[in-house]
Design a protein around this ligand. Structure first.
Ligand SMILES: C[S@@+](CC[C@H](N)C(=O)[O-])C[C@H]1O[C@@H](n2cnc3c(N)ncnc32)[C@H](O)[C@@H]1O
Length: 278
């Protein structure tokens, strides 16, 4: 049964990133330098890499969560940091291994950063292209807990989120179209229905797609979210999960009018209270 109403932070098991056909289209988008569809364009990537490099210690150990085809990992490796890239798009990870590895310096692992165990100790965890704000709150919690154990005591987590000004531009709507296939969504003819739903109180937008195969009638349902933040909401979210803000930069990422590139560090003695309750 499909629900008529998309409920806030409703999830299912299907993901465009792991779908056998769509994951290939996404990799193509990530490698297409003329679009910001799945990775940012080269000039913007360069600025982000240089900014990250200026904020971290020489020879840092970095874990790039949702590394895609390694566009950032490789550049940071060339700057003499060790980078472990993690992604659950098999196509992207295989591309990274083939084309964006540096032996013993830039490595890749196929893994789901929410569901799988990840080990190692790193100075830096990073997650670029607003993927942190594509996670629902319980996933953000799980991820921040993992990052907390992956980071050395003085380690930092660098991530970006869409700013609240962008939320104002979003609109509720339902649209559909029909295709003969051999494009982004499918090799076979299909119908695609798209619903965009604004959750005002949460500054969150849910997007739900129904992909209906014209030949055999199978339906795939993909649900995605984007949360929109300002300094206060980011501060609140990370503080609840044992992190403090180090810096928020609004100038480096130019693709979205307002994107907050954020650095956080673990609170000292997170989760431990030194004071006895009376
Ligand atoms: C928007 S792309 C950004 C890729 C890369 N950070 C970049 O900017 O070029 C998001 C990436 O996160 C990956 N991803 C999403 N959820 C994931 C999960 N739970 N575990 C591992 N990778 C995930 C996707 O497969 C995809 O490659």
């Amino acid at each position: 049964m499909y629900n008529d109403k998309l409920k806030i932070y409703q999830r299912n098991d299907e993901s465009i990133w792991t779908d056998e056909y769509i994951s290939k289209s996404l990799l193509e988008n990530q490698l297409d330098e003329s679009t910001n569809a799945a990775s940012r364009m080269p000039s913007n990537r360069r600025d982000i890499v240089n900014w990250i490099n200026s904020k971290i210690k020489p020879n840092s150990r970095i874990i790039d969560l949702g590394c895609g085809p390694g566009l950032y990992a490789y550049e940071l490796g060339k700057l003499e940091h060790y980078v472990m890239g993690i992604d659950f798009n098999k196509e992207s990870i295989e591309f990274g291994k083939r084309n964006k590895s540096i032996k013993g310096i830039v490595e890749y692992k196929y893994s789901d950063y929410i569901k799988d165990n990840i080990d190692g100790i790193y100075n830096v965890a990073m997650m670029i292209f607003c993927d942190f704000s594509a996670l629902v709150p319980n996933e953000q919690k799980i991820l921040l807990q993992k990052i907390s154990t992956l980071l050395a005591d003085d380690g930092i987590f660098i991530f970006d989120v869409f700013g609240k000004a962008e939320f104002e531009k979003q609109k509720n709507g339902r649209t559909w179209y029909v295709s003969n296939g051999n494009d982004f969504w499918s090799s076979e003819p299909y119908f695609l229905m798209k619903e965009t739903k604004l959750f005002e109180a949460e500054f969150s937008v849910g997007t739900r797609y129904y992909l209906i195969n014209q030949l055999n009638g199978t339906i795939k349902e993909f649900i995605m979210y984007d949360q929109y933040h300002d300094e206060n909401s980011i501060q609140e979210l990370v503080a609840e999960n044992g992190f403090d803000i180090v810096e928020i930069n609004k100038d480096i990422i130019r693709y979205k009018e307002e994107t907050l590139l954020t650095i956080v560090k673990k609170k000292k003695h997170a989760g431990l209270s030194c004071k006895k309750r009376k």
